[in-house]
Design a protein around this ligand. Structure first.
Ligand code: GGG
Length: 365
């Protein structure tokens, strides 16, 4: 008689906790992911932690690698996914931490899509009095490689009263078309099949007008998707006053970054919102991180909301192909929020550890 051994698939995960509450919530997410893999049994995670942080930068003068970030990127390419906490610490200017850590990872690994879902989780509520749970269920598709984050610009006459600074938004046909198609496909996969495209093409007459043009071209290939266009300023008003009229939203790097913070606040707290930095070709690992920053004021106090970190972990599990496990993790997470075990920002009084342990217990059940 032969014995059949079931083979557990092992996923190699690079974990970069980063700064501030990034460390608190990444530790919580690792604990939950380990528990999930034990419970499901068909896969496991092999985590490697990278101390790429502002603390290390202050000590050694670099975030990623002394020879340059490229060496670190080669290291990351050996992993199936990257789990990221947060970046930013008061003694390092934010533009240095962002441009030394998170932005090089997104660009070097061709993570040109940033998916940011938002909805009101069970047991939580919106600050909008007119908003019932089903009214706010959005996916924001953020262009993640160019636009206002292209890194083009500079400063001249820096030490005079005639200082000139330029910050050039770069938009390419390839960059716009690939994000537009991804957004249309996302909208098409959702029950309402609805896409809102956001620009500021009345004031920004080159790049944003190219967005309008490519949107019109791509729309023809997705006849079953209902579409509309908004200017970003009017979009903020619509999100607040008519949340139920929106479903999938596509916008530039900067616009979508701002809109997704608003979306998270409208769904209850910035602490719950996840994001997936995707390379849709799957030639490189994708990266998963809550959208919130490092919150130095509450770092290390044990009170950070880990929900955005857990939701991001669920999205990582989904991207790795374990749809059912991702759905179960989300159900368990909402059972926890529904039972009232929540941090202060969601109106509860629980600590990060209490929410994490409640979720682990729920997964075990
Ligand atoms: N976990 C996300 C994080 O650390 N965010 C800090 C931030 O400001 N990010 C800017 C961005 O996502 O472009």
């Amino acid at each position: 008689p032969s014995t059949v051994h079931s083979v557990r698939k092992v996923f190699k995960i690079a974990c970069i906790p980063g700064d501030g509450i990034g460390v608190d919530i990444a530790e919580a997410a690792v604990q939950v992911l380990r528990k999930l893999s034990e419970r499901v049994g068909s896969f496991e995670f092999d985590f490697t932690t990278f101390d790429w942080s502002s603390r290390k930068y202050k000590e050694l003068g670099y975030y990623i690698h002394p020879d340059g970030p490229e060496t670190g990127m080669e290291e990351l390419k050996k992993f199936d996914s990257i789990y990221f906490g947060a970046v930013g610490w008061p003694d390092v200017p934010d533009h240095i931490s962002l441009w030394s850590l998170i932005l090089p990872i997104r660009s070097s690994l061709s993570q040109y899509v940033n998916v940011r879902p938002t909805r009101i989780l069970r047991g939580t509520s919106s600050p909008l009095s007119n908003c019932k749970p089903g009214d706010l269920d959005w996916i924001i598709v953020r262009e993640n490689s160019e636009g206002e984050y292209a890194g083009h610009g500079g400063i001249t006459h820096a030490h005079s009263s005639n200082t000139v600074a330029t910050e050039v938004s770069v938009f390419t046909r390839v960059g716009i078309e690939r994000i537009m198609r991804f957004a249309f496909k996302t909208a098409q996969s959702r029950p309402r099949k609805k896409l809102t495209m956001v620009t500021k093409s009345n004031a920004q007459r080159y790049g944003m007008v190219l967005w309008d043009k490519i949107y019109d071209e791509v729309k023809g290939d997705f006849a079953d998707v209902e579409t509309d266009k908004m200017l970003v300023d009017a979009m903020t008003v619509r999100m607040v006053l008519r949340p139920e009229s929106l479903d999938t939203i596509v916008a530039t790097n900067l616009h979508a970054d701002i809109l997704s913070d608003l979306a998270a606040a409208l769904s209850g707290s910035i602490g719950i919102a996840p994001s997936s930095n995707l390379d849709p070709t799957r030639n490189n690992p994708s990266m998963f991180e809550p959208i919130h920053g490092s919150a130095p004021d509450i770092a290390g106090k044990g009170i950070a909301n880990p929900v955005g970190a857990f939701w991001s972990a669920a999205e990582m599990v989904r991207w790795l192909g374990m749809e059912n496990a991702a759905d179960s993790l989300m159900t368990c997470l909402e059972n926890v929020t529904d039972s009232g075990i929540k941090t202060k920002d969601l109106g509860g009084s629980s600590s990060t550890k209490e929410v994490t342990e409640a979720l682990c217990t729920e997964i075990e059940r």
